[in-house]
Write a protein of this length. Structure first.
Length: 379
């Protein structure tokens, strides 16, 4: 009876939030003045989008994102953009953000600046425990609060195209407190960084990039070899990753896209810097950060349909996709397992407006279900 009721509640929430999202889009579109078609236009396009969001992990989200896109008729995906966002959810998550992206600050130079303030009242920590053991814990014992302001500056410089060099500096302070006063998994297992930390990160990455548009790719390849080092609060360590993305269109309105991401940590890093598995941007359908460890292998595949034109005048399209996500986490001192893979699958909608992408995904992973209404492609 309880499971049937939960299923009906989930279906009701899905219909309700999709309805809210559609109405919000209608209101925003009707208020716009005529504009040119994405990067082929010249001038400025201003968008003000009410954020009506839902995630099985974070609850209902609401807020506002204001963006300004500048186009010159040639630069992809735009000449530059600025955006500011205020966002809250009913489960106590905040994501407030100022973002600036200048892909063509100078010929061959891209600069990105982001100031971010995140607060989360119910971040998950499962400590690698099995489902049967986790069932004996309350929600408070499985979650913690975190408060995480950070500043990030990224610079990408063209080498001999399509090769690029990416450097990044990031600094942040994460304050952490378990939700349960007794029996908390985080307090009992006490992983590194359970009390929070202040860290300064430096990243260097070599990229090979032939994508036609990094916001909404339809063809091309992206490869990245990355090394990140962090220092602070008694920690000294980082991560190494390799990422491969491939996009191609067998017919004009369809895109086949896949991503492979492999990563390992080294040295000493806080538990929240370990690789997570589960959630809206990693393995859809599974709870956010259901698994964490020092190594991860992740595969994502999507078949995207871009075909329904809602407005040529306002450059608005509606698309659909089917997806599959596969991954596992493992300890860096061990060889990845052949039978410890976790799988998620589902379908989604994509709403394209100028250089903004809104997505709605429904994912299934084992006995878990996930609904995600948010921004940007997963990859």
């Amino acid at each position: 009876m309880t499971r049937r009721r939960n299923t009906k509640d989930c279906e009701f929430l899905t219909a309700l939030f999709l309805r809210w999202l559609i109405w919000a889009m209608v209101i925003v579109v009707s208020a716009q003045v005529a504009g040119a078609a994405s990067y082929e236009s010249s001038g400025q396009n201003f968008t003000m989008i009410p954020l009506v969001n839902f995630s099985s992990d974070d609850g209902t989200g609401y807020g506002l994102r204001v963006s300004l896109f500048e186009y010159d008729g040639v630069s992809r995906p735009y000449r530059k953009t600025y955006s500011a966002q205020a966002f809250f959810t009913t489960k106590g998550k905040w994501v407030h953000r100022f973002y600036m992206d200048m892909p063509h600050l100078r010929p061959g130079h891209r600069v990105e600046i982001e100031a971010l303030y995140e607060k989360e009242d119910f971040a998950n920590y499962y400590g690698g425990l099995s489902e049967s053991v986790l069932d004996t814990y309350t929600k408070a014992q499985k979650t913690f609060q975190q408060n995480h302001p950070k500043l990030r500056v990224m610079w990408i410089r063209d080498l001999r195209l399509p090769w690029r060099l990416r450097t990044e500096f990031r600094m942040g302070r994460n304050r952490i407190r378990p939700n349960a006063t007794a029996g908390s998994i985080l307090s009992d297992l006490a992983p590194p960084g359970a009390d929070g930390a202040t860290l300064f990160h430096t990243t260097v990455a070599l990229q090979y990039d032939t994508r036609d548009d990094y916001v909404n790719s339809t063809k091309g390849v992206f490869e990245e070899f990355l090394v990140e080092y962090g220092l602070g609060s008694g920690f000294s360590g980082g991560k190494m990753t390799y990422e491969h993305r491939h996009f191609f269109s067998p017919v004009p309105v369809f895109t086949l896209a896949h991503r492979l991401h492999v990563g390992l940590t080294f040295g000493d890093v806080p538990f929240y810097e370990a690789f997570p598995l589960g959630g809206s941007s990693v393995l859809r359908g599974a709870p956010a950060a259901r698994w964490r460890d020092s190594g991860r292998i992740l595969l994502n595949g999507e078949l995207r349909w871009r075909g329904l034109i809602l407005s040529d005048q306002y450059n608005i399209r509606l698309g659909m996709l089917a997806f599959g996500d596969v991954g596992q986490v493992f300890n860096r001192s061990e060889v990845p397992s052949t039978d410890d893979w976790h799988v998620g699958a589902g379908a989604g909608l994509r709403f394209y407006w100028h250089s903004t992408v809104l997505r709605a995904d429904y994912g299934i992973s084992g006995k878990n279900r996930g609904i995600y209404l948010t921004f940007s492609h997963v990859f």
